[in-house]
Write a protein that binds this ligand. Structure first.
Ligand code: ZN
Ligand code: ZN
Length: 334
């Protein structure tokens, strides 16, 4: 069930329960298990532990490359799949889009197309049974549980209503969809780690286990923290009535994606945060700004003005002219 935007007159039964009450009545632990996905996660997490054991045998260059890959793969998700493709919060030139898609393939979180569809449903139906990682079902479900059970009929039905024509019109997304999952598996576990082998003579075993499996598992959990921690813990200055919250630690882990109360209030803002990277930790915004500086990104959308207008309205029309940060210069710089 996606909450109706307007109540119906007439004899329609309206669900007056809170999202938490609905979730408690339909616990995710009673859903059909997705055994394939369970086996996959068990394998990945076991391999990550084996990868952790290989860390002492890795060279410093290999460990540095693993950290760089962690950053780049998350950038593919945050700057590419999330802010560019899911929300179209800015426009990017073809070389930048290819770069982001390759980074997203290293992150190996499904095809861009499917990630975008699930994420658009998440925003449309936050904290309802149609939300793929409904945080009302609790921390564990929002973090990883949603991948271990089958989707609810509501999630599937809502996913089919999402307009994805803009995604298929982008040849980068289209190609990524056709090549899935082989491109992801190759980029994540072979191509990206291979730099350590050919670059400075690391063994294939250590390169794949540390730069592949261990790094991949950390990247998954960092992204999942946005769905779990940032939907449950933190301040809610932009939308006190929604679950998503401003969470600094998640921003550190997920390249600036923890300013989640603002993001759900204004999903089209390219920074996914009120302020720029000089004020709020946000390396993804820094990278987009850098590409914009070189003309590879433009039309960077900011919601600062809408937020200021709403604050003025909430203050009862008495608009106090105090220290507003005018971040709109970002848009002009493009
Ligand atoms: Zn969210
Ligand atoms: Zn989003």
């Amino acid at each position: 069930m996606c909450r109706p935007t307007e109540s119906n007159d007439g004899p329609v039964l309206k669900d007056t329960r809170s999202p938490e009450e609905i979730a408690a009545a339909n616990p995710w632990t009673e859903r059909d298990v997705n055994w394939g996905s369970c086996c996959y996660q068990l394998f990945i997490h076991t391999a990550a532990v084996v990868g952790a054991c290989a860390v002492p045998s890795a060279s410093w260059a290999t460990l540095g490359w693993a950290l760089a890959l962690l950053f780049l793969s998350e950038l593919g998700i945050t700057g590419g799949v999330h802010r560019l493709w899911s929300h179209r919060s800015y426009s990017a030139a073809l070389p930048f889009r290819i770069f982001l898609a390759l980074c997203a393939q290293v992150a190996n979180q499904g095809s861009i197309y499917h990630w975008v569809r699930d994420h658009r449903v998440h925003h449309l139906c936050s904290e309802t049974e149609a939300d793929p990682h409904n945080a009302s079902q609790g921390f564990l479900f929002a973090h990883i549980g949603w991948l271990l059970v089958k989707k609810t009929p509501e999630v599937i039905a809502k996913g089919k209503t999402i307009d994805m024509s803009d995604m298929l019109a982008d040849p980068v997304v289209y190609l990524d969809k056709i090549l899935f999952p082989w491109s992801n598996l190759l980029m994540c576990f072979v191509v990206a780690p291979s730099l350590a082998v050919y670059g400075w003579g690391e063994t294939w075993y250590t390169a794949v286990m540390v730069c592949g499996f261990l790094r991949y598992c950390f990247g998954l959990h960092h992204t999942w923290c946005v769905n779990s921690f940032a939907h449950l813990l933190g301040d809610r200055p932009y939308g006190p009535n929604i679950n998503p919250a401003e969470n600094f630690i998640v921003s550190i882990l997920a390249n600036g994606e923890g300013w989640h109360n603002y993001h759900h209030a204004y999903p089209y803002d390219y920074s996914a945060s009120e302020h720029g990277w000089t004020v709020q930790y946000n390396p993804t915004t820094f990278v987009i700004d850098a590409f914009a500086f070189f003309g590879m990104a433009w039309n960077l959308k900011k919601a600062t003005k809408q937020w200021e207008r709403r604050q003025a309205r909430n203050a009862g029309g008495h608009h106090h002219h105090h220290h507003h940060h005018h971040q709109t210069s970002h848009t002009k710089a493009a």
